[in-house]
Design a protein. Structure first.
Lengths: 184, 184
């Protein structure tokens, strides 16, 4: 149940706002495009409200999101929950002292960074991204939070590609997604 | 005047949450780090509420923000205004049909892209970024909106480096910033 801007309750089929783009970014991959959902006022609001609702009793102190699409979901979720937003960025983008975590890609490795003063000891952090695929990015974000003394209260996604089993990498955490695809 | 999560009115010195980082990203540049503002629940909420307040009578249909920090400001502003969010991204990141605009950097050029179906004819679009420097990025975003038939209702920023005269490039548009630096 999503709260519409007018305050009335309505159900909305969020999945109908996700667009399949075949062969992007490379042949054989079907990309889940969330931009039709983002541009629809009712669907965008319902998405943020439903994610907030999942964690309304979790005593969230801050929301963390990774560059770049994690910013689009994480920042309004932080706003809705009345907490601060913590950006995780690609190496060299954040200007202050940083902590880095690496994660595996299909070929090779990549890294993410967070400011060392982003999180205080015992702070309860909700981690957010638009899409859960293999879980590598989110697992690296969880490590960053815990290495800085924070508590991961959960991982939230708009879309989950369940057939990629990303949840297994996040097994010790609460994971919530609004839309789940069982197969490609 | 910013509305606190509790609903009470309070003034808040947003500028006190901006951190100067000398010599970033290169020697001689003083980087304005907004992450202390983002992580503070009251300051973050006041920032979004004050930006929304600037354009509350502008009949905004959608908010547009450019990758990556524009997402952090634009998405919650769209949420607050009850409209959709339109992401502008670096080339090759958006999966559907795109329109591209180039802009000049200190040395060379860069480009930004938006989905061609992001904006409908006559749609009133508010453009948002964290910081106004020379205005090149925002001017390119304005061109994208207008080329797709949209109307630029304004350009909103948290921070303006007024000494770089970015407003001159945006002279035909309404420009609002919450914090302005007259000198370096």
């Amino acid at each position: 149940m999503a709260e519409k801007p007018g305050g009335k309750q309505a159900t909305i089929d969020l999945q109908s706002f996700i667009r399949d783009i075949p062969d992007f970014p490379k042949p054989g991959i079907v990309f889940k495009d969330i931009t039709p959902l983002l541009k629809d006022p009712i669907a965008f609001r319902a998405t943020i409200d439903q994610l907030a609702d999942c964690f309304k009793d979790a005593k969230v102190d801050a929301v963390l999101g990774a560059e770049a699409r994690g910013f689009i979901v994480g920042a309004p979720l932080a706003y809705k929950l009345g907490v601060g937003f913590l950006p995780v960025r690609k190496p060299g983008k954040l200007p202050y002292q940083r902590r880095q975590a690496s994660y595996s890609l299909e070929y090779g490795k990549d890294s993410l960074e967070v400011h060392i003063d982003a999180i205080t000891k015992g702070q309860r952090v909700l981690l957010v991204d638009d899409l859960l695929a293999t879980g590598g990015t989110m697992e690296a974000c969880c490590r960053l939070v815990e290495e800085l003394g924070g508590i991961v209260v959960g991982c939230a996604f708009i879309v989950e590609l369940a057939f990629l089993n990303g949840r297994l990498k996040l097994a010790k955490h609460v994971v919530n997604s609004l839309i789940s695809y069982a197969s490609e």
